[in-house]
Design a protein around this ligand. Structure first.
Ligand SMILES: Cc1ncc(COP(=O)(O)O)c(C=O)c1O
Length: 351
């Protein structure tokens, strides 16, 4: 019963076969190979326009490089207070942008609202401005709370950003889960909604060490190669990352994997809610955040379930766990089995 993280899962067998096939023989290094060229075409087809891309081994590098391409050092990046770039990346964005500060903004269910972004922008640029200017807005899709921005929500936030002269970045470490959840075209939730750069996650989706930065305006990628090299993120055997993305995109494998992960999370959330446990944020992707009695959490752990307790930021007063309760995070993946989910729910319900 493995619900610690989608990073704890290995890799999809189809992806592994593609690595084995892609590793045969010799090919030019640093992305000058056929698989990388094919991936450029595949990404452009997926997003229904010509895109530029770079491949990285981590999502942190994808976020930091993507934002470095969008935000000058003397500007700030607006992001949700729970965003991975704010809480988990130890200043990587500041490092790669050469100093652009992150401004965390609170918002319900892991999402930024128009009102909250408007207020933050007014504070930065209005009469009470203390001299800082915004440069970019970063949205996480799916969010760190397991929720998903609707197309209209992204479009409204991006329009607000654009009006104020900001570029828009999307942290799509779980982009596949979001697209599977929304059932929309990848283009609709990205550039057609106003997103300039997407960090596209492959790793949580079923690949290994495979992330991409997608530039919907290829001109935005100009100069990034030097910054990437300097930061140590130009991968020599890029074809082995490209092969993984090609396998994910073939026959919609990426969405099949994400749909499976999402359905396992929905089953967990529905089962827990049916037993009367509070699940404060809707499980719209592959993460579920129930509030469990500590005794139930302990019983689950004693029976081999693996999951993390989670900080309670963003919960309304009514939702805050009592002394004898704990908010936990359950993450499902392409590798989660229905049997694991049923076993987990069975242990919860056993008294
Ligand atoms: C929302 C989000 N963004 C980005 C990342 C990228 O992380 P890493 O640098 O570990 O690949 C993660 C990983 O957990 C994440 O959850």
């Amino acid at each position: 019963m493995q619900f610690a993280s989608d990073n704890w899962a290995g890799a999809s067998p189809r992806v592994l076969s593609a690595i084995a096939a892609g590793a045969a023989g010799f090919a030019p290094s640093y992305g000058r190979d056929d698989a990388s060229a094919a991936l450029g075409e595949a990404f452009s087809a997926l997003f229904e326009r010509e895109v530029a891309f770079v491949l990285t081994a981590t999502g942190t590098a994808a976020n930091a490089l993507g934002l470095a391409a969008l935000c000058p050092p003397d500007r700030v990046v607006l992001a949700h207070e729970e965003a991975h770039i704010v809480c988990d990346e130890v200043g990587a964005v500041e490092f790669f942008t050469h100093g652009a500060r992150l401004v965390p903004i609170a918002g319900p269910q892991g999402k930024l609202t128009e009102q909250d972004v408007r207020t933050a922008l007014a504070r930065l640029t209005g009469p009470l401005s203390r001299g800082e200017a915004p440069g970019a807005l970063s949205l996480t899709q799916a969010t760190e709370c397991g929720t998903v921005y609707r197309v209209e929500e992204v479009a409204a936030l991006a329009a607000l950003a654009r009006e104020a002269g900001l570029a828009v970045h999307m942290d799509g470490a779980r982009f596949a889960n979001a697209v599977a959840s929304l059932g929309c075209r990848p283009a609709d939730i990205t550039w057609r909604a106003g997103v300039d750069v997407l960090s596209l996650g492959g790793t949580k989706n079923g690949a290994m060490m495979a992330e991409a930065v997608i530039f919907f305006d290829p001109a935005r990628a100009a100069g990034l190669d030097w910054r990437r090299k300097r930061g140590g993120h130009v991968v020599s055997k890029a074809r082995l990352i490209a092969s993984q993305f090609l396998a994910l995109l073939e026959e919609g494998h990426w969405l099949d994997l994400a749909r499976h992960a999402n359905s396992m999370a929905s089953r967990l959330a529905a089962g827990l809610a049916a037993m009367g446990f509070r699940v404060p944020w809707p499980a719209e992707a592959n993460e579920v955040f129930p509030i469990l009695p500590r005794a139930v959490a302990a019983r689950l752990k004693a029976n081999g379930a693996i999951f993390h307790s989670w900080p309670i930021a963003g919960l309304s007063e009514a939702e805050v766990p009592a002394e004898d309760e704990v908010l936990v995070r359950l993450v499902t993946s392409f590798a989660t089995t229905p049997a694991e989910v049923e076993r987990f729910l069975g242990i919860v319900s056993s008294e």
